[in-house]
Design a protein around this ligand. Structure first.
Ligand SMILES: C[S@@+](CC[C@H](N)C(=O)[O-])C[C@H]1O[C@@H](n2cnc3c(N)ncnc32)[C@H](O)[C@@H]1O
Length: 166
Protein backbone atom coordinates (compact mmCIF):
# COMPACT_ATOMS: atom_id res chain seq x y z
CA UNK A 1 0.00 0.00 0.00
CA UNK A 2 1.31 3.45 -0.84
CA UNK A 3 0.09 6.68 0.68
CA UNK A 4 -0.22 9.66 -1.62
CA UNK A 5 -1.30 13.23 -1.25
CA UNK A 6 -4.53 14.07 -3.04
CA UNK A 7 -5.55 17.63 -2.35
CA UNK A 8 -9.17 18.67 -2.52
CA UNK A 9 -9.54 21.95 -0.64
CA UNK A 10 -8.66 23.50 2.66
CA UNK A 11 -5.85 22.87 5.03
CA UNK A 12 -5.64 19.28 6.04
CA UNK A 13 -5.59 15.78 4.80
CA UNK A 14 -7.89 12.89 5.26
CA UNK A 15 -6.31 9.65 4.21
CA UNK A 16 -8.05 6.98 2.26
CA UNK A 17 -6.94 3.83 0.59
CA UNK A 18 -6.61 3.74 -3.16
CA UNK A 19 -5.08 1.93 -6.07
CA UNK A 20 -2.03 3.10 -7.96
CA UNK A 21 -2.99 5.53 -10.65
CA UNK A 22 -2.87 4.35 -14.22
CA UNK A 23 -0.73 6.21 -16.74
CA UNK A 24 -3.91 7.70 -18.19
CA UNK A 25 -5.11 9.10 -14.90
CA UNK A 26 -1.65 10.49 -14.22
CA UNK A 27 -1.81 12.31 -17.57
CA UNK A 28 -5.30 13.53 -16.89
CA UNK A 29 -4.26 14.96 -13.56
CA UNK A 30 -1.30 16.74 -15.13
CA UNK A 31 1.86 17.90 -13.43
CA UNK A 32 1.90 19.22 -9.87
CA UNK A 33 0.53 22.74 -9.80
CA UNK A 34 -1.60 22.24 -12.94
CA UNK A 35 -5.32 21.59 -13.27
CA UNK A 36 -6.22 22.90 -9.88
CA UNK A 37 -3.59 20.86 -8.07
CA UNK A 38 -2.40 22.53 -4.95
CA UNK A 39 0.63 22.43 -2.82
CA UNK A 40 0.57 21.50 0.83
CA UNK A 41 2.90 23.68 2.85
CA UNK A 42 5.54 22.27 5.10
CA UNK A 43 3.97 21.05 8.33
CA UNK A 44 0.56 21.99 6.95
CA UNK A 45 -0.77 18.56 7.67
CA UNK A 46 -0.29 15.80 10.05
CA UNK A 47 -1.62 12.34 10.51
CA UNK A 48 -2.58 11.63 14.04
CA UNK A 49 -3.41 8.16 15.13
CA UNK A 50 -5.86 7.75 17.94
CA UNK A 51 -4.21 6.27 21.01
CA UNK A 52 -6.10 3.00 20.64
CA UNK A 53 -4.76 2.33 17.13
CA UNK A 54 -2.02 -0.25 17.00
CA UNK A 55 -0.97 -2.05 20.13
CA UNK A 56 1.19 -0.02 22.52
CA UNK A 57 3.81 -2.32 24.03
CA UNK A 58 6.13 -1.59 26.94
CA UNK A 59 8.29 -4.63 26.22
CA UNK A 60 10.35 -5.14 23.10
CA UNK A 61 8.62 -7.61 20.77
CA UNK A 62 10.55 -10.76 19.88
CA UNK A 63 10.23 -10.15 16.16
CA UNK A 64 11.87 -7.55 13.95
CA UNK A 65 8.94 -6.31 11.94
CA UNK A 66 8.62 -3.24 9.75
CA UNK A 67 5.11 -2.72 11.17
CA UNK A 68 6.56 -2.17 14.64
CA UNK A 69 7.31 1.45 15.46
CA UNK A 70 9.87 1.94 18.23
CA UNK A 71 10.08 5.21 20.13
CA UNK A 72 10.87 6.82 23.46
CA UNK A 73 8.34 8.71 25.52
CA UNK A 74 9.26 10.46 28.77
CA UNK A 75 12.52 8.53 28.84
CA UNK A 76 10.85 5.12 28.47
CA UNK A 77 11.01 2.90 25.41
CA UNK A 78 7.76 1.88 23.72
CA UNK A 79 6.78 -0.06 20.64
CA UNK A 80 3.58 0.21 18.63
CA UNK A 81 2.70 -3.03 16.96
CA UNK A 82 0.77 -1.96 13.87
CA UNK A 83 0.92 -5.33 12.16
CA UNK A 84 -2.84 -5.81 12.38
CA UNK A 85 -5.02 -3.96 9.88
CA UNK A 86 -7.14 -1.76 12.12
CA UNK A 87 -8.00 1.05 9.75
CA UNK A 88 -5.16 3.26 10.95
CA UNK A 89 -3.10 5.25 8.49
CA UNK A 90 0.36 5.61 9.98
CA UNK A 91 0.97 1.90 9.39
CA UNK A 92 0.62 2.48 5.67
CA UNK A 93 3.44 4.99 5.16
CA UNK A 94 6.33 3.45 3.26
CA UNK A 95 10.02 3.93 3.90
CA UNK A 96 12.39 6.27 2.09
CA UNK A 97 15.57 6.89 4.04
CA UNK A 98 17.10 8.99 1.26
CA UNK A 99 14.30 11.38 0.35
CA UNK A 100 11.73 11.32 3.15
CA UNK A 101 8.97 13.93 2.92
CA UNK A 102 7.41 13.29 6.33
CA UNK A 103 8.72 12.85 9.81
CA UNK A 104 7.14 11.06 12.71
CA UNK A 105 6.84 12.88 15.98
CA UNK A 106 5.66 11.51 19.28
CA UNK A 107 3.02 13.78 20.80
CA UNK A 108 1.33 13.52 24.17
CA UNK A 109 -2.44 13.31 24.10
CA UNK A 110 -4.43 12.47 27.24
CA UNK A 111 -1.11 11.55 28.86
CA UNK A 112 -0.54 8.88 26.22
CA UNK A 113 2.05 8.89 23.45
CA UNK A 114 0.56 9.31 19.99
CA UNK A 115 2.60 9.15 16.80
CA UNK A 116 1.92 11.96 14.36
CA UNK A 117 3.44 12.51 10.93
CA UNK A 118 4.36 15.99 9.70
CA UNK A 119 5.35 17.01 6.20
CA UNK A 120 8.98 18.10 5.90
CA UNK A 121 8.45 20.33 2.89
CA UNK A 122 5.66 21.57 0.65
CA UNK A 123 4.06 18.63 -1.14
CA UNK A 124 1.99 18.62 -4.29
CA UNK A 125 -0.90 16.29 -4.80
CA UNK A 126 -0.07 12.72 -5.81
CA UNK A 127 3.19 12.82 -3.89
CA UNK A 128 3.72 9.62 -2.03
CA UNK A 129 4.10 10.16 1.70
CA UNK A 130 7.27 8.49 2.94
CA UNK A 131 9.48 8.70 5.99
CA UNK A 132 12.78 7.28 7.11
CA UNK A 133 12.17 4.08 9.05
CA UNK A 134 15.56 4.60 10.69
CA UNK A 135 18.67 2.49 10.84
CA UNK A 136 18.56 -1.26 10.69
CA UNK A 137 19.11 -4.17 8.35
CA UNK A 138 15.53 -5.39 8.08
CA UNK A 139 14.71 -3.33 4.99
CA UNK A 140 15.38 -5.50 1.93
CA UNK A 141 14.12 -2.81 -0.47
CA UNK A 142 17.03 -0.52 0.46
CA UNK A 143 19.80 -0.96 -2.05
CA UNK A 144 23.43 0.01 -1.68
CA UNK A 145 22.90 3.05 -3.88
CA UNK A 146 19.29 3.87 -3.15
CA UNK A 147 15.86 2.36 -3.20
CA UNK A 148 15.70 -0.94 -5.02
CA UNK A 149 12.15 -0.99 -6.26
CA UNK A 150 8.90 0.85 -6.37
CA UNK A 151 6.18 0.17 -3.90
CA UNK A 152 3.27 -1.86 -5.13
CA UNK A 153 0.30 -0.49 -3.33
CA UNK A 154 -0.82 2.97 -2.37
CA UNK A 155 -2.88 5.02 -0.02
CA UNK A 156 -4.34 8.32 -1.12
CA UNK A 157 -4.53 11.34 1.09
CA UNK A 158 -7.34 13.81 0.56
CA UNK A 159 -6.88 17.43 1.52
CA UNK A 160 -9.82 18.72 3.59
CA UNK A 161 -11.10 22.06 4.76
CA UNK A 162 -10.11 21.69 8.38
CA UNK A 163 -7.36 19.93 10.18
CA UNK A 164 -8.76 16.47 10.55
CA UNK A 165 -7.97 14.42 13.59
CA UNK A 166 -7.80 10.84 12.38
C1 LIG B 1 4.61 -0.13 7.72
S1 LIG B 1 4.32 -1.03 6.24
C2 LIG B 1 4.05 0.20 5.01
C3 LIG B 1 2.76 -0.05 4.26
C4 LIG B 1 2.78 -1.27 3.38
N1 LIG B 1 3.31 -0.90 2.04
C5 LIG B 1 1.38 -1.87 3.23
O1 LIG B 1 0.86 -1.93 2.14
O2 LIG B 1 0.80 -2.30 4.24
C6 LIG B 1 5.89 -1.71 5.94
C7 LIG B 1 5.94 -2.64 4.75
O3 LIG B 1 5.78 -1.90 3.55
C8 LIG B 1 6.69 -2.31 2.57
N2 LIG B 1 7.58 -1.19 2.26
C9 LIG B 1 7.80 -0.08 3.02
N3 LIG B 1 8.62 0.75 2.41
C10 LIG B 1 8.95 0.18 1.23
C11 LIG B 1 9.78 0.54 0.14
N4 LIG B 1 10.45 1.69 0.15
N5 LIG B 1 9.88 -0.31 -0.91
C12 LIG B 1 9.21 -1.47 -0.92
N6 LIG B 1 8.40 -1.88 0.07
C13 LIG B 1 8.28 -1.06 1.14
C14 LIG B 1 7.42 -3.52 3.12
O4 LIG B 1 6.74 -4.67 2.70
C15 LIG B 1 7.26 -3.35 4.62
O5 LIG B 1 7.26 -4.60 5.27
Amino acid sequence: MRMRVCIENGNAILLKRGKSMSRRSRRERGRPGQHGQRIIDRDAFYIKETPNKGELLEKEPDVDDTYIFEFTFKGKPYWVDASKEDGSFGRLLNDDHIHPNCRPKVMEIDEKPVICFFSLRPLSSNTELVYDYGPGNIYPWRGKFGMLRNHQKNLTAVYLGMLQIL
